[in-house]
Design a protein around this ligand. Structure first.
Ligand SMILES: C[S@@+](CC[C@H](N)C(=O)[O-])C[C@H]1O[C@@H](n2cnc3c(N)ncnc32)[C@H](O)[C@@H]1O
Length: 269
């Protein structure tokens, strides 16, 4: 706003709407009007700036959210194009307490029905982010076969088991093998579980057939998925894949971001 004194008793006011008001012979009433005008002007400026700030905040939020979505899309497309197993150097991210805070082992253990004394197989154990937790629940009357296709992942697991804090664990058996060719007799295991692995396996029906073979009738297949994984599928996809492979659906546990689907091998198979 510009106030010009263009004569001794008149004022030109250039308002925010760019209209020029000429006030002649100023009296009390006009001064009051002038005051109201100024007041309105201040309110307008305030509103204008607040609106600008809100717009700026929305823009920043959109840019951040957009970048995250873009990153996830690129990450996921990359994972789909490169069909290799997760590289062993990601071991340090896999086996971290930060991750376990978001994907607590006890939830996977509960949802999978893992109990004391069972014979469990973990397919794609990686460097054992969850294996030691399962082994402690299973106890010395049971066993956890920790199977992976990558020798480097198993090396990391063995190093982990050699650490002082894991010296009490004597029931983990690392196995170098493929999910397509499980080194077990028919009907021999109580539980087969996988965490962030199933979507990495290209021929899912072949893998499901093999898991069904080694599980005892009524045995559990548990598949856990985590949103951060570039291969993350929706729950409905996992349920469909498992049932298509001949398993009975037994329940979904957890939430959208972090879930476990439990299946049973039919008893009359
Ligand atoms: C994303 S990592 C997950 C490791 C671990 N389950 C975890 O949650 O920390 C996937 C693992 O599955 C293994 N894997 C992929 N394809 C496999 C296959 N066909 N047979 C056995 N292991 C496989 C990879 O070597 C890798 O260690």
């Amino acid at each position: 706003m510009v106030i010009n004194n263009n004569s001794s008793n008149s004022i030109l006011i250039n308002t925010y709407s760019s209209r020029l008001f000429k006030i002649k012979n100023i009296n009390k009433n006009q001064l009051f009007k002038l005051f109201i005008l100024l007041f309105n002007y201040i309110i307008f400026i305030k509103k204008y700036f607040i609106r600008k700030e809100i717009i700026l905040t929305i823009k920043i939020i959109l840019i951040i959210v957009g970048s995250v979505i873009l990153f996830l899309i690129i990450f996921r497309i990359g994972a789909k194009l490169i069909r290799n197993p997760a590289p062993s150097f990601i071991g340090r991210f896999l086996d971290s307490n930060h991750r376990r805070r978001l994907q607590p082992p006890y939830k996977i253990i509960q949802a999978s029905g893992i109990k004391k004394g069972i014979k469990a197989l973990e397919i794609g154990c990686g460097n054992g982010a969850f294996t030691t937790f399962v082994a402690r629940v299973v106890g010395n009357d049971g066993i956890v076969y920790a199977l992976d296709i990558q020798p480097k992942m198993l090396e990391q697991l063995k190093n982990k088991l050699n650490r002082a804090e894991n010296k009490d664990i004597g029931n983990i058996m690392p196995l170098l093998a493929s999910a397509y060719d499980l080194p077990f007799p028919d009907d021999s295991l109580d539980i087969v579980y996988m965490v962030s692995v199933f979507q990495e396996i290209p021929d899912k029906n072949k893998n499901l057939k093999e898991m069904k073979r080694v599980l005892k009738p009524g045995g559990i297949l548990s598949i856990s998925e985590f949103f951060v994984d570039p291969d993350y599928p929706f729950r409905s996809t996992t349920v469909k894949q498992g049932t298509k492979g001949g398993f009975e659906f037994d329940g979904v546990f957890g939430n959208f971001w972090n879930y476990t689907v439990r299946f049973l091998k039919p008893v009359d198979n």
